[in-house]
Design a protein around this ligand. Structure first.
Ligand code: NDP
Length: 292
């Protein structure tokens, strides 16, 4: 039976560490990390994410600034707000909750965020830094996956890693991080031929597809480490619903060496890594090196 990689417990430990560093930063430099989260519109799922981000930021001792804008906010109004947040000395991290309403260009908005405050790691400057191996900000979900993998496996060098999914927020940065750790990396996607066989070559298999329980146990190499990024809500008994990953957990568990559950695996790591990036930003903006 596969060992369960407990992302919830790891995220709790990471938040405790961030809280400690936050206290030390204040004692040393009188700086309180500040995270600004911007939400446009009233999408219920986005509202929950924004609320959780604000709550967890306060719990680790950060200042949390929530900007809730109405659905009819113009692109220019949003860009003006970002200019203001870029200038604000109390704000070290800026996150614009995606997706944005159709009349606002996500690319323009991401481009406007000061890369030094881009704690989501989506600005082209941070994407370029990750691709070329420079220190920047790494998107939170793949950063969380990488932390879990390094914690569980230690040295990743030489391992075969397969990432299923090539999105800009998960698949591509995940592959870049694994390459940085000297894995041999394959990126699979919807056009990949014979996906089960590609997956079977993986010592590390990362599923970021958005298709409930697609990856089956017999696609997994015995003993492999499986990171399931997927969060899919499916119908369960009696009209209820439940969350499942992109991996069929039951069949995978009997083959894999270790696996992240859904929920309780990668999910809790995402906000913890957002806080981590904000703490790093608060150090860098104040000319201090963050020593983990
Ligand atoms: P996207 O929809 O942006 O990307 C999905 C990727 O999967 C695409 O590259 C697509 O290929 C590929 N794909 C789709 N169908 C298949 C298939 N049948 N075979 C092989 N590849 C396929 O999703 P995201 O990357 O944003 O998210 C992926 C999953 O991770 C979702 O379940 C999402 O909810 C979850 N997620 C979880 C987070 C967390 O905090 N834990 C954060 C972000 C996402 P192609 O490019 O060819 O279309």
């Amino acid at each position: 039976m596969a060992e369960i990689i407990d992302g919830k417990a790891f995220a709790e430990r990471l938040r405790a560490k961030i809280k400690r560093h936050t206290g030390e930063l204040f004692a040393k430099a009188k700086v309180i990390p500040g995270l600004a989260v911007v939400l446009v519109g009233e999408d219920p799922a986005s509202q929950v994410y924004v609320r959780n981000k604000g709550k967890q930021a306060k719990e680790v001792g950060f200042n949390s600034f929530e900007h809730k804008l109405s659905l009819d906010t113009s692109e220019q109004e949003l860009l003006d707000l970002l200019d203001q947040l870029n200038q604000d000395k109390n704000v070290h991290g800026i996150l614009v909750q995606l997706p944005l309403p159709q009349h606002i260009s996500e690319q323009k908005v991401i481009d406007r965020i000061n890369p030094e405050k881009d704690v989501d790691g989506f600005h082209i400057s941070n994407v370029g830094k990750l691709a070329t191996g420079l220190e920047g900000f790494v998107p939170c979900t793949p950063l969380g996956c990488s932390m879990l993998l390094k914690d569980y496996l230690g040295d990743l060098s030489g391992l075969n890693a397969v990432v299923v999914g090539r999105s800009n927020i998960v698949g591509k940065p995940m592959a870049a991080l694994l390459l940085k750790e000297s894995c041999t990396v394959t990126i699979a996607h919807s056009r990949t031929k014979d996906l089960p066989n590609v997956c079977r070559a993986a010592d590390i298999l990362v599923a970021a597809v958005g298709r409930p329980q697609m990856i089956q146990g017999d696609w997994i190499k015995p003993g492999a480490t499986v990171i399931d990024v997927g969060i899919n809500r499916i119908e369960a008994e009696e009209g209820k619903s439940r969350l499942v990953g992109d991996v069929d957990f039951v069949s995978a568990q009997s083959v894999a060496g270790a696996i992240t559950p859904v929920p309780g695996g990668v999910g809790p790591m995402t906000i913890a890594c957002l806080l981590y990036n904000t703490l790093v930003a608060a150090h860098r903006i104040n000319g201090m090196e963050f020593v983990d």
